[in-house]
Design a protein around this ligand. Structure first.
Ligand code: PBG
Length: 316
């Protein structure tokens, strides 16, 4: 086997997997205000941007060849029923309009969920102490149509309610947005993986946890059933999340389904590399490379990653 590993040229010729900027989607946290570029403490190198700063950042990403961003909103105020999720003047619709007018070629993806907009931090509307599935579907429909109206190229529901892909598809079609694809967070596991993100978005649940809607990390077959259902309901792209902790799920999904497969290299996966890098314990640039390569090799076509900009800069 070593004959083909003898020098860099040979290794380059037989390399099976390549990461390119085309594969990467950069997350952006957006809020209202002006001139805001506020560092996120638990995610070094990530910021909360006001709209015009988000446009400046996206322009840099675009110049680096990155094709897409996914937006998360930090609203000025929250309420029990998450009405801010479908406020046409909220930070996400504003950012979509600004980004599409400044950078029409950039693909703007809108994450669709209630957790950033509810006072209790859960991903839907509560009925007593649990999230009401079908009432939440209505919220997701309104949010999806609101983002499509603002010009989003793709909507990406991350709430894990049952039936949300079908509900969103139906609402988009009824509002004449039949051309807007749905990228479904199909297999999204509950756990400690999203801690830094929740700091960034202020979306930690005020009581309980997300285990009654996000998946149990022990379940592989259930993840495949989630994906099968989302395909039946009309999903255009499937997502597995978190990426590194679920490479087995990603591989199995890739072998079983023919839809484009996205993996979310989540906040804790990012922050662990950043922390160890700051301590000088790891070779950060190489670890980023190897992280993205392993996700691609496991079967991802697309990777949502906070490393997108840095990777693009390092591999220009
Ligand atoms: C919204 C949402 C979350 C993430 C993406 N969309 C938070 C959560 O489910 O708690 C997490 C992303 C990350 O950790 O990077 N529901």
């Amino acid at each position: 086997m070593r004959r083909l590993r003898a020098n860099p040229t040979l290794r380059r010729m037989v390399r099976e997997t390549h990461v390119t900027v085309d594969d990467l989607i950069a997350p952006l946290f957006v809020q209202t205000g002006a001139g805001v570029r506020e560092p996120i403490a638990s995610m070094p190198g990530q910021f909360r941007f006001s709209i015009e700063q988000a446009v400046l950042e996206a322009r840099e990403l675009h110049e680096l060849g990155l094709p897409a961003v996914i937006l998360f909103g930090i609203p000025d105020s929250k309420d029990a029923t998450g009405t801010g999720a479908y406020d046409a003047d909220g930070p996400v619709p504003q950012a979509i309009r600004a980004l599409k007018s400044a950078l029409p070629e950039m693909c703007v993806i809108a994450d669709v969920c209630a957790c950033e907009y509810t006072s209790h931090g859960h991903c839907g509307i509560l009925h007593e102490h649990s999230v009401d599935n079908d009432q939440t579907l209505e919220l997701l429909q309104r949010a999806s149509v609101c983002y499509a109206q603002a010009g989003a190229d793709i909507v990406a529901p991350s709430d894990m309610m049952d039936g949300r892909v079908a509900a969103i598809r139906q609402a988009l079609d009824a509002a004449q947005y039949s051309e807007v694809p749905i990228m479904s967070y199909a297999a999204k596991f509950a756990g400690a993986f999203y801690g830094p993100f929740r700091d960034a978005a202020g979306s930690t649940p005020s009581f309980g946890d997300r285990r009654s809607y996000q998946m149990d990390a022990a379940n592989r077959r259930e993840a495949l059933r989630e994906m099968e259902l989302d395909i039946e309901e009309g999903a255009d792209v499937l997502m597995v999340k978190p990426a590194l902790f679920c490479l087995d799920i990603l591989r199995e999904a890739r072998d079983r389904f023919d839809l484009p497969m996205c993996a979310y290299n989540v906040s804790s996966e990012y922050s662990m590399i950043k922390a160890a890098g700051q301590l000088g314990w790891i070779d950060e640039a190489r670890l980023i490379d190897e992280t993205l390569l392993s996700i691609k090799r496991a079967g991802a076509d697309l990777i949502i990653t906070y490393h997108a900009k840095e990777w693009a800069q390092l591999n220009r």
